[in-house]
Design a protein around this ligand. Structure first.
Ligand code: B12
Ligand code: SF4
Ligand code: SF4
Length: 253
């Protein structure tokens, strides 16, 4: 449905505005397709875009608020994790998972850099946002929420495990974002997501009972404390876990 400005009085004016809106939509889709095909060789499994809502923008870290004020669109990209690597995470994160986690972050950051460069070459501004950098260690916050922007790009839903769950890959994905002023389609709007349904696998596997029926009841403090314990006990010096990721594979039986 298109909302027309009040000042349009005549049918002709309304029709021409509608045509213009359709042309814009087509151009936005074309922009995304151009970026997507130029990024073909980067090994991305997910590629989508959204118009940034005021709510999502309010969550941006102060260090990028000013630079991103005119960047109205987000490209959200994702790489599927190796199911074999994840299967090594049975009771605690492993070194194999740790290395995989690092290299996937690196690949996402490279891809975001490439896509951002392409936007610039096409005459637009762009900001590649790191896949996994913590800026505020007291509140454990990054630059922005890839999960929230991923959900509004239509890549998945907010799962019981507090992760972005994709209909095909479950939560076995990692994400990054590029902010830009290149007009892009808002792909989350009309995307119906199945949601977790009757699945509760992550609730059973979490060692500290941080996951509950509703994602709003997720207990971040319990999860964080466990990740700190794993970081020491497994000598990884990194706050990872992977148990609720391993079971969330997109098959909700
Ligand atoms: C700091 C951090 C952590 C902290 C906790 C931070 C936190 N506040 O949740 C710690 C170290 C504990 C942590 C743990 C883990 N993390 Co972490 N983490 C981050 C990081 C770097 C920043 C997160 C942040 O700033 N959050 C700010 C808060 C305000 O936003 P939010 O929590 O995402 O969402 C809020 C709102 O957006 C709102 N909301 C509105 N709409 C939606 C829609 C969805 C889908 C969701 C989830 C929320 C949501 O609800 C939330 C509460 O206010 C991100 C990377 C990034 N920049 O996004 C990775 C990230 C979130 N982590 C990730 C992962 C996988 C993990 C772990 C599994 C560890 C591991 N790799 O083994 C666990 C899982 C914990 C869990 N079940 O939530 C992935 C998630 C991928 C996915 N499929 O969703 C991310 C996106 C990294 C990446 N590049 O892929 N993480
Ligand atoms: S990351 Fe580990 S501790 Fe945190 S919710 Fe998932 S299973 Fe529980
Ligand atoms: S494991 Fe099942 S319940 Fe948990 S987040 Fe994934 S789909 Fe939802």
């Amino acid at each position: 449905m298109f909302l027309l400005p009040r000042k349009l009085q005549t049918t002709e004016e309304a029709d021409s505005c509608m045509d213009e809106t359709l042309t814009n939509l087509e151009e936005n889709k074309k922009n995304l397709e151009t970026l997507k095909s130029s990024a073909d060789h980067l090994g991305l499994d997910l590629f989508s875009s959204t118009k940034i809502s005021p709510g999502a923008r309010r969550g941006f870290h102060k260090s990028i608020r000013e630079v991103s004020v005119l960047l109205d669109y987000a490209i959200v990209i994702g790489i599927r994790l190796s199911a074999s690597v994840l299967s090594t995470v049975k009771v605690a994160p492993t070194w194999t998972y740790y290395f995989h986690y690092r290299i996937v972050n690196f690949a996402l950051d490279q891809a975001a850099l490439f896509i951002s460069g392409k936007c610039q070459r096409m005459g637009y501004s762009s900001l590649p946002v790191p896949a996994s950098q913590i800026l505020d260690w007291d509140r454990l916050l990054g630059h922005l929420s890839h999960r929230e922007l991923g959900a509004s790009s239509g890549l998945g839903w907010w799962g019981r495990n507090n992760l972005l769950v994709n209909p095909k890959y479950g939560a076995q994905i990692r994400l990054a974002t590029v902010l830009t002023d290149m007009p892009l389609p808002d792909l989350g709007k009309d995307n119906e997501m199945p949601g977790c349904g009757e699945c509760r696998k992550c609730i059973d596997v979490c060692p500290v009972g941080a996951i509950h029926e509703s994602p709003e009841d997720f207990n971040l403090d319990k999860c964080t404390a466990q990740l700190r314990r794993f970081s020491k006990s497994e000598k990884l010096n990194t706050m990872i876990c992977g148990l609720c990721v391993n079971v969330c594979n997109g098959k909700m039986e």
